[in-house]
Design a protein around this ligand. Sequence first.
Ligand code: FAD
Length: 393
Amino acid sequence: TGTVIPSDLYGFAERLTPAERGVITELREVLSTQVHPHLNAAWDEARFPAEIIAPLRGLELMDPPALRGAGEPIRDLFLGFRNFELTRCDINVATYYNAQASLFRTVCAVGGSAEQARELDPKIVSHELTGVFGLTEPEHGSDVAGGLATTATQDPQTQDWIIEGAKRWIGGATAADVVATFARDTADGQVKCFLVPTSAAGVSMKVIPRKASLRIMQNADITYHQVRVRDSARLQRINSFSDVAGCLRRMRSDVAWMATGAMAGAYEAALSYVRQREQFGRPIAGFQLIQEKLALMLGNLTASLGMVVQLTEQQAAGIYRDENSALAKMYTSLRLRETVALAREVCGGNGITLDTDVARFHADAEAIYSYEGTHEINALIVGRAVTGVGAFT
Ligand code: FAD
């Protein structure tokens, strides 16, 4: 097996530099000693414990000191394996971290003017400014491109914008400083994006209760009533939904890495269980039908890892398109669903308790399956690209 990641059979992580591997190894150690021990209780109680995010911030994973010290650039491949490692520990932790490190950082980098991006990025990297991504609405999920109903009206006197509307499912919003809020300009009908402070007058939020997936991570319903923001809070390079799609392309590739990391987490937890569980007088790991399931899980993981590594090489070279990341998000999420089901299966009855870790991955995989574009929507993006015919409406 791989020397960098235990379940990396083909050794994809060997492409990391020694300094990058060092950061990933340190991350793994912090996750297993400081984060993992809190997870199952937090999941059971549906609460987000602050103590699980502090150690991650301390590692400065968006710009690790070890890479800076070695004079190495922050490569997309490193960021991919970072997402893999976070999710290998837990989907909630990775999703929470990536609201800042992937969704918010990407929208500011891609959507901000050069000056805005220069000003915002260091604050995002240091967590001095925390933000989340507010696109989905109560009445518009898959059809948000055409349906987005939150409005932004510019005051001709002050140039301020008045935001009115609602968002749903916004991950991490209650703990953030700002919500990157997408709204339709009432003058030209185009989708624009505004960094709306969560403390602004007229913003109210409610945590979505009773979730059966991703219970540690908090998602919010947000309403905006006559919320006034300065023109300087508008990200200058988001002037239509196709600019939003440019952000989603990058985010879908991050989620594909997360789905792959979650497969590794579920597979490794299952492998450890079957080695110690005995039936008929011997470890169930020795039964042929159990070994076939392990091979299926490892096959899903290995194929997905190969896919995301190649996608990331394309991304770094600037030669990938919407369908490339849509396909990876769709495929890895589907394989994840299959993998967590197999992992749960080999754990028998204990697979439905939190104690084996597998039940958490099994339930949380459903969130990955639906967010960042559902299976169907990503399939339709691929379908449109390969046939030339859009089938969305
Ligand atoms: P719907 O659009 O109502 O879809 C319901 C079903 O209909 C799906 O199976 C869908 O694929 C299918 N469907 C819809 N249209 C078609 C079609 N044309 N053809 C075939 N099938 C179709 N959003 C944010 O903006 N920020 C976040 O931080 C965020 N975090 C999230 C975290 C979680 C845990 C979840 C569950 C969601 C999050 N989302 C977030 C929202 C997420 O992106 C949406 O849930 C997703 O886009 C689907 O929208 P919907 O839930 O409204 O489903």
